[in-house]
Design a protein around this ligand. Structure first.
Ligand SMILES: Cc1cc2nc3c(=O)[nH]c(=O)nc-3n(C[C@H](O)[C@H](O)[C@H](O)COP(=O)(O)OP(=O)(O)OC[C@H]3O[C@@H](n4cnc5c(N)ncnc54)[C@H](O)[C@@H]3O)c2cc1C
Length: 412
């Protein structure tokens, strides 16, 4: 694999056009911070187009609460800039000192505050990208031209470099809250569903419902120094706003939760709440364990999934209001066969669970990190889903010569 590091957006277009004109074009893999690209890179023979040098701020009209930046800008750099105007992109990203905005958009990364703030799809209002023939196109806000009948702007979110190389992104922003606080409680998994139902009728506006099984609670506690118990599942509820509003929300939640008779209720505020948010965000990726995964399923089935994973000895964190789960296999898993044996029941649960549901996506299961030798065993972890045919058609119409990778999203 050779790497081409672009120093301008035109550079990307020129390189891709030259590749397209060559006899037998090479497969091109777009990369940002490379925090999760290894799993793709090992599976395909491709040349890399690195966007890390594309880190300019193109336009920041702070009063309009929008910003246009190049795709290689690191998340920490973006956050620092937005902080200076008391604004934010409220997407929680692990390894934010390395991860780029283009990578976050391409993987549709979301984290702890997804319940309150949504995902990248809610914030991307415009993109500039380079298609497989090397043509630059623009879509969405500040539109110059939209190249096809698709909403290309939304289509690029989560496309994992399979359709085009994103070079520039326009985002809408949110005000940065004065305060963020968490209320945590231990409770049996049997009680979590009723508690969540109760909280959905709350007078408050929670931004996060994080459910941690005992081993995940231990991992998060180690990462932030907040004294979470590690013997029972922990539910962390996040709120934010002005100082007064946050205090009112915490007090109201305490009263609302009294009916549920929680074993204990603790408030985390001030700098500790920032540390807790950071540790909850970092849980998504872990270099130290044999395998890390990301699953999505119906929110109503999340607690059952957490129970299944817990019984198998897997550490899991669930964004319980959204049906998104991150998991780490235990260190005792030493072979790929042992890993498959632990994971297969979870994948079956996701697939079978929606067999009776209305037509639509069945949920997903993605292996984020594992050793290079194990990767091929999980290459088709997604399997055929109801959206597979649609994805094939989109890929065929935007990249008919497969210049960009299939990326594991689109089974052959
Ligand atoms: C499916 C998936 C889900 C993930 N979910 C989470 C999560 O919920 N929380 C979390 O903290 N981390 C998550 N990660 C981990 C990942 O490291 C982060 O999403 C990170 O933000 C990626 O940024 P990066 O710059 O390191 O991208 P890279 O690792 O360099 O690339 C990641 C993917 O994005 C594509 N890509 C990168 N830049 C561009 C571009 N400019 N144009 C087009 N495609 C591009 C690559 O081809 C590759 O497929 C996830 C990873 C994957 C693969």
């Amino acid at each position: 694999m050779t790497t081409f590091t672009a120093t301008s957006q035109d550079d990307v277009a020129r390189f891709v056009a030259e590749n397209a004109e060559a006899d037998g074009p090479r497969t091109l893999l777009a990369t940002g911070g490379r925090t999760s690209v290894a799993r793709v890179a090992d599976q395909i023979d491709a040349d890399e187009v690195s966007t890390v040098m594309l880190d300019k701020v193109v336009d920041y009209p702070a009063r309009d609460m929008t910003i246009t930046v190049e795709a290689g800008l690191r998340i920490d750099q973006l956050t620092k800039l937005l902080n200076s105007e008391t604004q934010q992109l409220p997407i929680d990203v692990a390894q934010s000192d390395v991860a780029t905005l283009g990578g976050v958009l391409a993987t549709n990364t979301s984290g702890t505050r997804r319940f309150g703030y949504g995902t990248m799809r809610d914030y991307v209002i415009g993109i500039t990208a380079v298609d497989a023939s090397g043509r630059q196109f623009h879509a969405g806000g500040r539109v110059v031209k939209n190249v096809a009948g698709y909403d290309l702007c939304k289509l690029m979110v989560g496309s994992r470099g399979t359709l085009a190389i994103v070079t520039q992104i326009t985002l809408k922003l949110r005000p940065r809250p004065e305060c963020t606080s968490f209320l945590w409680s231990t409770m049996s998994l049997a009680k979590v569903d009723t508690t969540l139902e109760r909280l959905l009728r709350s007078e408050t506006r929670p931004i996060a419902f994080e459910l941690l099984n005992p081993s995940a609670a231990g991992c998060v506690a180690n990462g932030c120094g907040v004294d979470l118990p590690t013997g029972e599942p922990v539910l962390c509820i996040g709120v934010d706003g002005t100082e007064r509003d946050t205090t009112w929300q915490i007090d109201t939640l305490k009263t609302e939760l009294t009916d549920m008779k929680p074993a204990e209720l603790h408030v985390v505020e001030g700098s500790e709440s920032g540390q807790l948010l950071g540790a909850l965000t970092s849980f998504a990726v872990s270099d130290g364990c044999p395998l890390t995964f990301h699953a999505s399923l119906l929110p109503s089935r999340t607690v059952e999934f957490v129970r299944l994973a817990t019984d198998a000895g897997i550490s899991v964190q669930a964004h319980a209001g959204n049906g998104v789960v991150h998991g780490h296999l235990p260190d005792s898993v030493l072979s790929v066969d042992a890993a498959v044996a632990l994971i297969q029941p979870l994948r079956d649960f996701i697939q079978n669970g929606s067999a009776t549901a209305a037509p639509g996506p069945k949920g997903g299961f993605t292996v984020l990190n594992c050793s290079a030798e194990w990767r091929s065993s999980f290459a088709q972890a997604g399997g055929q889903t109801t959206s597979t045919e649609l994805m094939k058609k989109v890929k065929q119409s935007l990249d008919p010569r497969n210049v960009f990778p299939r990326g594991g999203m689109i089974p052959p």
